[in-house]
Design a protein around this ligand. Sequence first.
Ligand SMILES: *Cc1c(COP(=O)(O)O)cnc(C)c1O
Length: 451
Amino acid sequence: MSALLDDARVKEILAADRAHVWHPYTPMDEWRETHDAIVVAGALGPHLLLADGRRLLDGNGSWWVSTLGHNHPRLIAALEKQARKLCHVSLAGVVHEAAALCARELAAVMPPSLDQVFFSDDGSTAIEAAVKMAVQAHHQTGKPKKTRFVALDGAFHGETIGATSLGGVEVFRRPFGGVVFDCVHVPSPAGDDVACAPAWGEAFDAIAELIEREHETLAGVVLEPIVQGASGMRVYAPAYLRAVRDLCTKYDVTMIVDEVFTGYGRLGVMWAFELAEIVPDIVCVAKGFTGGVLPMAATVACRSLLEAFSGGRSRSFLYGHSFCGNPLGAAIAREVLAIYREEPIVAGVAERHALIEAAFARLRDGAITSRLVRDVRAIGSIGAADLRDSTSGYTAGIGWRVFQEARTRGAYLRPLGNVVYVAPALNIPLDDLRTLLGILEESVEAVARAV
Ligand SMILES: *Cc1c(COP(=O)(O)O)cnc(C)c1O
């Protein structure tokens, strides 16, 4: 085990970080005081390579983006090849190969009616574009009063003010209560355990009643399909999505499905909405869109929605980021889709699911671990366990104790409050997955013994 960076260099990096970097979702005062940092010098496949030469298994694919493992040689090659030709050009009145073919290839893996691709930068802006598309489309088809949205309690759709408006995790919204737009949050159908998810009837009654009563002012419903990731990997029944689809159609409310986390095979199908056998009006993709190599995203709309934007320049969609259609991102996104066509990435989820499901069942049933573990669930390549804690939710501390145990054993398992989970690269080698799950089990057991 030889260091990737020498001590002097690591010291310099740490000093620069401590003085200047404001980290996301991080209590900065504590962070700067302890500065117990993981210094990553590289990454390969399922591993993060640390400066001191140790490796950490990346239990959550670096915040769910690294769906094909780190530094996939084909994605690096696609990036290099594109960089030599064209790094960037605006997409306003310009056509380039990477964006054009990327849009066609993305449309080819969507249902036939979803074939209009609008590029943006990340999951948040893909949502932002979808929301604006829905409002402007209603505005231009004689329904200007349709400006409000419906989202689920516990929803997470990103970080911009628009996406925050849709968010239903209370701690993330609280400071912004005065600036968010009008979004009605309805009870979530999702539960702690896959088996109890069918209890979605009451949640459906709530959204049905709302839409029936207020559809004249409702522009759209925005949903994470089947799994609510950020609120703790909560799962709900596909039948709920199907029922909401029917409501949206009946009352002309745009159905926006956020596949930023669930898309690209995470649940063992290319898109989670396939499990419900529905076709949304708009689908947002990011994260796995570039296999986590570059920030880029797409909002895919049905052709009929585009029709609302015809009739002159003032009726065109008034939206577009500087990096819209970025050639580097688009070239990588094309290579990602090529890998999905040529390798059994989605089909390979089933085997991994079996290992994940068994490991979480052992956590629930183990003589020691069951003292700490309240509920478990596994779907696709996601496994999650709710830990008992005096405080629950995002700010709970117990998950961090598991995180520290896992870190010393060689895995990166950042928790969601009292929920510890795995969501590794979809193609993680089976042996590495076994190692990751073994570390998880040992770490939970170590904490269970100590509490
Ligand atoms: C991560 C995520 C987003 C936001 O994506 P960013 O790329 O972080 O802006 C939106 N929706 C869901 C479901 C996500 O998991």
